[in-house]
Design a protein around this ligand. Structure first.
Ligand code: GLN
Length: 553
């Protein structure tokens, strides 16, 4: 469809767009704010979907280090996306797809592929109109496809970043192209407190609004990120200096638990004022009762469970964001708090998990162990030692993707006495490739987007731990891996007490493994954490926590 026709359709549909930019610095919680506005709108009865625009040049974050970019979140259709999509899905209880994640890399690729195909014969390709049109067209197509009342758009990065210019220009043009009051621009900016001056400062926000104005954009609303109340005086000042009506200047404070932000935004009438801005006269109020209940549960004084996350990417929790969120939700649902200790697998390896070492003392106190996903050899020996510890000491263990592979390698080495058992990912020439590549993967040389990605069905075998957790014969789970359990070893494992309790029937692939003589030692080849939400924790995480509690009592 041509741009004009797309525009006509979207104007006719009256889709409303809320675009959120960030100012001053990163890590202000744009993703959380976007999701929170979404929660208010959704719980008021509107249909909502979300798009993230990422200005970086990678096609997707799939090939970036989790320490640089945080977790790679995977959608049902197998897109490798920014972790903010996880926030959107968890808060809004919706499933997004690849069209919700747009990067500059994708836009340039689309244009350059088109150029090679001859789409632009005779023309020179320019930022305006070609690059900006490609961005606009994707958003308009998204609005038509999703057919929702509100499309929320988060622009990654900070206003003023060189990479973000094309996206800001797309917003500037869409403001002209669409009907009046069809696109609202909200700007989230920092209001820091200077302890030595005992004052909150509005100047950084003023400057970041100047940067927006330089890009031809006037914000319709400001969200002020601060860890203390901003107050009327500062809002008045910002209203005058930035040209934003005071009624549309809100605070976005630091809340614990973060879900309290919904209540605070509702208290500030954000929901009503956004609806009014869009000329919805009879604004609707959000029903936040389920969230209120959850907050009450979280805030209640309760006992803590200590869980070890045996990690490879240490220094920030972002690489394991969904795992941490899934663990927290499952603990709260069972009436407990959680203390998640992120333990460096390489430290375990270095100290060989020997009795008397500091690391042994730390591991000894854990009530449950999680081995999350990961790639490459680094930290593997430490993870195997941790799995051995959990198996021998009957500590509940949940292995996620790599965590299942580690669990089976450890079992093969220690119990089946296949001492050189390994994955061909870590040891290409092993004589016992317990974990290996399928033929279809062996031929792949390109790295981006070529793993087994997205949702696949998994048949659950009755009378297993997995069945106890799911209470269903078939489930769909999201994958992101290249290697699989090697079926040549299946019988040997089964004879010795390993149960393969989840199978992808079509290709006869092992999806879930568990040990018989253990309270809960279960690994899955997929990533259940991507489908866990605060209001509905994932069954496998739930069962893992229950096993810890059963052992405790
Ligand atoms: N590296 C392993 C594989 O590719 C596991 C991947 C993961 O944990 N996501 O199969």
């Amino acid at each position: 469809m041509q741009k004009d026709e797309l525009l006509r359709k979207v104007i006719k549909k009256k889709t409303r767009f809320v675009v959120i930019t960030g100012g001053v610095c990163s890590s202000l919680g744009k993703g959380v704010l976007v999701s929170s506005i979404g929660v208010l709108l959704k719980n008021s009865g509107y249909s909502v979907s979300v798009v993230k625009w990422d200005p970086y040049l990678n096609v997707d974050p799939g090939t970036m280090s989790p320490l640089v970019h945080g977790e790679v979140f995977v959608t049902d259709d197998g897109a490798e996306t920014d972790l903010d999509l996880g926030h959107y899905e968890r808060f809004l209880n919706i499933h997004l797809d690849k069209t919700s994640s747009v990067s500059s890399g994708q836009i340039f690729k689309e244009i350059l592929d088109g150029e090679r195909e001859g789409k632009y014969l005779g023309k020179d390709i320019q930022f305006v109109p070609h690059v900006v049109d490609a961005i606009k067209n994707r958003l308009l197509n998204f609005a038509i496809d999703k057919n929702v009342d509100f499309v929320l758009v988060e622009i990654g990065g900070t206003v003023g970043d060189m990479e973000g210019i094309a996206f800001l220009e797309a917003v500037r043009q869409l403001k002209m192209d669409l009907a009046d009051r069809q696109l609202m621009l909200c700007h989230l900016s920092l209001v820091p407190f200077l302890s030595w001056a005992n004052e909150l400062k509005t100047k950084p926000t003023q400057h970041s609004v100047i940067l927006l104005k330089k890009a031809g954009l006037m914000p319709d609303s400001l969200f002020l990120r601060s860890d203390r109340k901003v107050g009327e005086k500062s809002k008045e000042k910002l209203s005058i200096m930035c040209g934003v009506h005071k009624d549309l200047i809100f605070e976005s404070l630091t809340w614990e638990p973060v879900y309290k932000l919904f209540l605070d935004l509702q208290q500030q009438d954000v929901n009503k004022r956004i609806q009014n801005w869009f000329s919805i006269k009879k604004s609707k109020k959000a029903d936040l009762s389920k969230w209120k209940k959850l907050i009450k549960k979280i805030e209640k004084e309760k006992e803590k469970i200590t869980i070890g996350l045996i990690a490879k990417y240490v220094g920030s929790n972002d690489p394991y964001l969904s795992v941490i969120k899934a663990l927290e939700s499952a603990c709260y649902a069972n009436g407990y708090d959680v203390d998640i200790q992120v333990i460096d697998a390489q430290k375990i390896e270095k100290e060989n998990l020997k009795k008397g070492t500091d690391i042994y003392e730390q591991v000894k106190k854990l009530q449950g162990l999680i081995i999350p996903g990961g790639f490459d050899k680094r930290g593997i020996v430490g993870k195997i030692l941790a799995a051995k510890y959990a198996r021998e000491n009957k500590i509940p263990y949940l292995g996620l993707c790599l965590g299942m592979q580690v669990m089976l390698i450890e079992y093969a080495q220690s119990v089946l006495k296949i001492t050189d058992a390994s994955s061909t990912e870590f040891n290409k020439s092993t004589k016992n490739p317990i974990i290996s590549l399928l033929e279809e993967q062996a031929e792949i040389v390109k790295k981006g987007g070529t793993m087994r990605l997205g949702k696949f069905p998994c048949t659950i075998i009755p009378e297993t731990l997995a069945y106890k957790a799911y209470k269903k014969k078939e489930v769909w789970e999201r994958h992101r891996h290249r290697y699989e359990f090697n079926n040549a070893y299946k019988k040997t494992f089964e004879k010795s007490g390993v149960v393969f309790s989840g199978i992808y029937k079509k290709k006869d692939l092992v999806e879930i493994s568990e040990l018989k003589n253990h309270p809960f030692m279960l690994g899955c080849q997929f990533h259940p954490e991507f489908l866990s939400t605060p209001l509905k924790p994932h069954p496998l995480f739930n069962e893992f926590i229950r096993a810890i509690l059963a052992k405790k009592s």
